[in-house]
Design a protein around this ligand. Structure first.
Ligand SMILES: [Cu+2]
Length: 164
């Protein structure tokens, strides 16, 4: 009788892993570099998402990722600000409408964080400093932005895809 119960428990455990594979999947670690070419370089103002790749290539600050995709589940963004002189941050949002501009406050030169599908962030990070943001992400298209005034419009954003 005991072994029958053990067998049933084993089957239940195996079924559980089959139904919830993301529960046992290792976290995806993404190395994130917040970079710029120095505070004395003129910032463009027309490189907000969804700028073309050709235009975006001219950005003088940006977000560089070790990988731009992950399977659904825990994703850990390990963020380093490699700037010499400028504070940056990394805000993660789900793209409600991929390909469409984010709601933008052109008075303060920032994205309206309360009007996007905000997921979380590593807040204002001093030059040379680092931070981590970890969260379980569902499949979908995401965008990572720096929402320090003017930085998003200067091209400091990148997209990130989570697959099933
Ligand atoms: Cu920035």
């Amino acid at each position: 009788m005991q072994s029958a119960i053990r067998q049933v428990l084993a089957i239940v455990a195996i079924l559980g892993l089959a139904v919830f594979p993301s529960a046992v999947r290792a976290a995806t670690v993404v190395q994130v570099e917040l970079w710029d070419r120095g505070a004395d370089v003129q910032m463009p103002t027309d490189l907000a998402y969804p700028a073309t790749d050709a235009a975006h290539a001219n950005a003088i600050m940006g977000i560089k990722l070790s990988t731009d995709t992950a399977r659904a589940g825990i994703v850990s963004f390990q963020v380093t600000n490699t700037s010499k002189d400028t504070i940056h941050e990394m805000v993660v949002a789900k793209l409600a409408k991929p390909g469409e501009a984010l709601p933008y406050n052109s008075k303060d030169n920032v994205v309206f964080e309360d009007k996007i599908d905000y997921v979380g962030e590593v807040e204002e990070t001093d030059p040379g400093k680092a931070g981590t943001f970890t969260k379980a992400l569902a499949p979908g298209q995401y965008i990572l932005i720096c929402n320090i005034a003017g930085h998003y419009a200067a091209g400091m954003w990148t997209t990130f895809t989570v697959t099933k």
